[in-house]
Design a protein around this ligand. Structure first.
Ligand SMILES: *Cc1c(COP(=O)(O)O)cnc(C)c1O
Length: 548
């Protein structure tokens, strides 16, 4: 348990001090501030010790439910945080941490976030966020422009209009996807004659009025799990999130989508939205957005693009063509906390037509009055921080050209890594990177040769052993703490859609070098040999197949 020194009794004087006077300049807190402002990466490196403590051990440090009766000194508490929390944190900013979408941040965001927190503006309403509301609307305008590229007059008319929204700023891609599908659902079940619309009548009344047997949302089998949550909270149901097969490159099969839509039409099931993914979470693949837009237009279905991760690619004029068709989407999700290098809590949904948000408009008496410019009348969330300021800062400080460089570099690095894997005799590339995300696995050269001549049964056996081995390597590598990749399961066509466990790599940290990538492969090769089960079994099996 924490051993805090009691600072004082909780008197009016101690409270006054907490809200006004900072600790003495040599306190732990000011030392940290200094260290962070001198060199953030060094601070993290020195304080994240990544010892081999188990999660269960760490849980014991955080298991006392009692709220301390008396105050403690800030320095004492900070010391506790350094030892028990910071030391055991995950070093997401490390250039060797290449397994997830969470990466390093530009240093200037630390002091800027202090200003943001100090100002403590609440963007739900103008009365608590006078300058932050226009700023947030401008940020939404910038992202809208990045996608839809409308003319100046368009942005002058709608950016600051009380009854319109170019989009909604929210905590992340999940809420952005929910917001987009909320708009889509409410527009499908909109007011009609006497019927006041689903937002007033509710789902049961709406279904009775429109006479649909059911509703559905369509997305490829590679769609993000947040869409399942959206289907759930919107009353559509997870089973009605219809998973359309993906092709060998993990893109939605257009023929399968057409068949599904025909079937739904025959069954009187109304599609609420077709969701295209621009940068899937597992392989970074991009759906054929123009083909999806054609179908959505023909059928009159809302077209949403989930570009939470991949949307930032639009910043690069060299890569933007990969997302061609996104400008035809009715709504688009982009996470600034992924490839725009903003801290977490920054998602956005953009709407092509700034008036579609009328279907989710809410008003209240003391705030969000009709005709007021409060952002809260068009957002799912209520109180929100001034996070848009950090996106704004990045747009200005990094600039479009700076982002272009970051995006291009990441994509180049992924292509280089893919080449390294292909050239290496002991590795197999599973998904070729379209953006900066790829998957692969360790397959010793001898096993590769054996697989080529093995019987169906032997392939199956080796495949299962390889899945065990990949899992073993990934876990051991994570525990050793030197380098980190994540893992997932795919059904690659080159392996007759067998469930295949793979390493997953996201190359977003600009400080990751080719040498580090080499280290990752070398470490995986070493760890493989530590496996007492899968590795020896695979080698024996391969040898016996090759001898026969
Ligand atoms: C990350 C991601 C999401 C969810 O975003 P959160 O910010 O984690 O809520 C949704 N879709 C895709 C494709 C993503 O990559």
């Amino acid at each position: 348990m924490a051993t805090h020194n009691k600072a004082a009794d909780a008197t009016p004087e101690t409270l006054h001090r907490i809200f006004t006077v900072p600790e003495a300049p040599d306190s732990t807190l000011s030392q940290i501030e200094q260290a962070i402002s001198q060199n953030l990466n060094r601070f993290l490196q020195n304080h994240i010790t990544a010892t081999e403590r188990s999660l269960a051990d760490i849980e014991r440090d955080f298991s006392d439910p009692a709220i301390p009766e008396d105050p403690s000194f800030v320095s004492d508490h900070t010391q506790f945080l350094l030892e028990k929390l910071v030391a055991q944190s995950v070093h997401t900013a490390s250039p060797r941490f290449i397994g997830h979408m969470t990466s390093a941040l530009p240093y200037f965001l630390m002091p800027l976030s202090k200003i943001m927190i100090g100002l403590n503006q609440n963007t739900v309403k103008i009365e608590t966020s006078k300058a932050f509301t226009p700023l947030e609307r401008q940020v939404l305008g910038m992202l809208h422009n990045l996608i839809y590229q409308q003319d100046d007059a368009f942005y002058q008319s709608w950016m600051h209009s009380a009854n319109h929204s170019l989009g909604a700023f929210c905590s992340g891609g999940t809420v952005a996807n929910i917001t987009a599908l909320w708009v889509a659902r409410n527009n499908v079940l909109k007011p009609d004659g006497e019927f006041p619309g689903i937002n007033k009548a509710g789902l049961f009344g709406a279904m009775r009025h429109y006479g649909y047997r059911d509703l559905a949302i369509l997305v490829s089998e590679r769609g993000h799990y947040s869409l399942g949550k959206a289907a759930d909270v919107l009353g559509i149901g997870r089973d009605q999130l219809i998973s359309v097969p993906a092709d060998s490159q993990n893109r939605i099969c257009i023929d399968a989508l057409e068949d599904t839509i025909s079937q739904l039409n025959r069954d009187n099931i109304k599609p609420v939205a077709i969701v295209g993914v621009a940068g899937t979470t597992e392989t970074g693949s991009i759906d054929p957005l123009n083909a999806l837009a054609d179908i959505a237009e023909r059928e009159g279905i809302h077209f949403h693009v989930d570009a939470a991760w991949g949307g930032a690619t639009l910043m690069s004029n060299n890569q933007r063509h990969k997302l061609s068709g996104i400008e035809r989407a009715d709504s688009v999700t982009i996470d600034a906390h992924k490839q725009l290098y903003v801290p977490m809590g920054a998602g956005m949904v953009l709407f092509k037509d700034p008036s579609v948000v009328a279907s989710i408009e809410h008003h209240a008496e003391y705030i969000l009055r009709k005709g007021a410019k409060d952002l809260g009348s068009h957002t799912l969330e209520g109180s929100r921080s001034g996070m848009a300021m950090l996106v704004f800062a990045c747009m200005n400080i990094i600039s479009r050209r700076g982002y272009e460089l970051l995006i291009d570099q990441s994509i180049d690095k992924a292509a280089t890594f893919a080449d390294m894997i292909t050239a290496h005799s002991d590795f197999e590339l599973i998904s070729v990177p379209e953006l900066c995300l790829l998957t692969y696995r360790f397959v010793p050269a001898k096993v590769q040769t054996a697989l080529a001549v093995a019987s169906e049964e032997q392939v199956e056996l080796m495949h299962n052993l390889l899945n065990d081995l990949t899992k073993f390597i990934q876990k051991r590598q994570r525990e050793s703490g030197k380098t980190f990749v994540s893992r997932t399961r795919l059904t690659p066509e080159q392996w007759q859609r067998r469930t295949t466990t793979v390493f997953r790599v996201v190359l977003a940290n600009p400080l990751t070098t080719t040498d580090i990538l080499q280290e990752v492969l070398a470490e995986q090769g070493e760890i493989a040999k530590e496996s007492e089960f899968a590795y020896p079994r695979l080698m024996t099996l391969a040898e016996s197949i090759l001898k026969a």
